[in-house]
Design a binder for this molecule. Structure first.
Ligand code: PLP
Length: 398
């Protein structure tokens, strides 16, 4: 049983779990309440209409397998929702939508469909850790583009490097907007440039827009706004974040019909179908957009509070995030002065300050080594108290 496959040993196993476990341990051993800025999900219950629809489906016995594509009504709802958001002369059809058990599975299907051993996949650093891990699992090679950061403007995609990084082996570029872990909503011109390059160089653009409703400032450009998206785009989104449905495991892909068909064949052999009654619940999701709006207002306020509190710390440099629910402050000055690695800094903070954050290098490489990720999907009072504790802890170290 110890003789693991190459696929499983190629991954680092590094994820946010380590820090969640450390905070659970400290909580238990010290009998204190640890304030958790490590979480990657909204703290609200799934909206009422959605829960009711799923309960009804269960009561009515909608508990069998569904099509590997997901149920037709949901595929149609997703298509019509996106068509009203991004009107086009050639609207999205249900044949261009596949429902998956979470966006993570959607991403997995996309990589599985395109990445052969030796293929290169371009990933911006920092990024959601799972992209690179799955690419490695499939024998592919993540090729990183380091994003640039300034306190005034936050991160930029550094698009100039993209042309140089594309080789004959490049299969895909992964884009995530709004962005985990940095909280950036990228400049529409930068997104357009990435789209142009992908199209021109015939590289697939895998666009993860799971935080598309979490935009506080600025304008988000979706890849679906390009009328020719079918030629090069695999679009990923999901219900987890927008409708506070992380445990329901529901995501989706939009791609041209031939691609979606191929994905359904893979899906049928891996997981059969997304959960039946959860899909019925999701049918009510797009009728809950008022609840989503309220949640975004709440999160905007929390973001403002977290930013103001972090600004009080003269050792921390922070750009006010515009999207998702993460703040990604620069802590390089503290690390240099204390000669600490960011992972140790984060673990020490859990241990001594009772506050959980995620060290930036989980995402997944170099750029994050000077940053911490703090989620503001947390009660406002806890944000005030947690950041105050961080500030005291930092002062104590310096
Ligand atoms: N993509 C990004 C950028 C994420 O941050 C997450 C969740 O943390 C996911 C995808 C996965 O979402 P799901 O719960 O739908 O699998």
């Amino acid at each position: 049983v110890d003789n693991f496959s190459t696929a499983s040993t190629s991954i680092t196993g590094e994820s946010t779990l380590v820090y969640q476990e450390a905070s659970r341990r400290v909580q238990k051993e010290k009998g204190i309440r640890v304030i958790n800025f490590g979480i990657g999900q909204p703290d609200l219950p799934t909206f009422r209409k959605i829960r009711n629809a799923a309960i009804k489906a269960l009561d009515e016995g909608f508990t069998g397998y569904t099509s590997a594509y997901g149920i037709d009504e949901l595929r149609e709802k997703i298509a019509s929702h996106l068509n009203s958001r991004y009107p086009s002369e050639r609207p999205i059809k249900k044949e261009e939508v596949i429902v998956t058990p979470g966006a993570k599975t959607a991403l997995y299907l996309a990589f599985l469909l395109y990445v052969n051993p030796g293929d290169e996949v371009i990933i911006f650093d920092p990024s959601f850790y799972s992209y690179a891990e799955v690419v490695k699992m499939l024998g592919g090679k993540p090729v990183y583009i380091k994003m640039r950061w300034t306190e005034e403007n936050g991160f930029s995609l550094n698009v100039n490097e993209l042309q140089e990084k594309i080789t004959p082996k490049t299969k895909m570029i992964v884009l995530n907007n709004p962005h985990n872990p940095t909280g950036m909503v990228f400049d529409p011109r930068e997104i357009e440039k990435v789209m142009e390059i992908a199209k021109e160089r015939k590289v697939i653009l895998l666009s993860d827009e799971i935080y598309d409703y979490f935009v506080y400032d600025g304008k988000m450009r979706s890849v679906l706004e390009d009328p020719s998206w079918r030629d090069y785009v695999i679009y990923v989104n999901g219900f987890s974040k927008t409708f506070s449905m992380t445990g329901w495991r529901l995501g989706y892909i939009v791609a041209k019909d031939k691609v979606v068909k191929k994905m359904a064949e893979l899906a049928a052999n891996i997981y059969t179908c997304p959960t039946s009654f959860a899909q019925k619940g999701a049918l009510a999701a797009f009728d809950s957009l008022d609840d989503v709006k309220d949640m975004i207002s709440l999160f905007r306020r929390r973001r403002d509070v977290m930013y103001e509190e972090l600004k009080k710390n003269k050792w921390i440099r922070v750009y006010k995030s515009q999207g998702a629910f993460y703040m990604f402050p620069y802590v390089g000055d503290i690390l240099a002065k204390t000669k600490m690695q960011v992972k140790d800094f984060s673990l020490k903070m859990i241990e001594e300050a009772g506050v959980t954050t995620i060290p930036g290098e989980v995402f997944p490489l170099e750029v994050g080594r000077n940053f911490l990720r703090l989620s503001f999907a947390v009660d406002e009072n806890d944000i005030r108290e947690g950041v105050r504790k961080i500030n005291e802890f930092v002062t104590g170290l310096m």
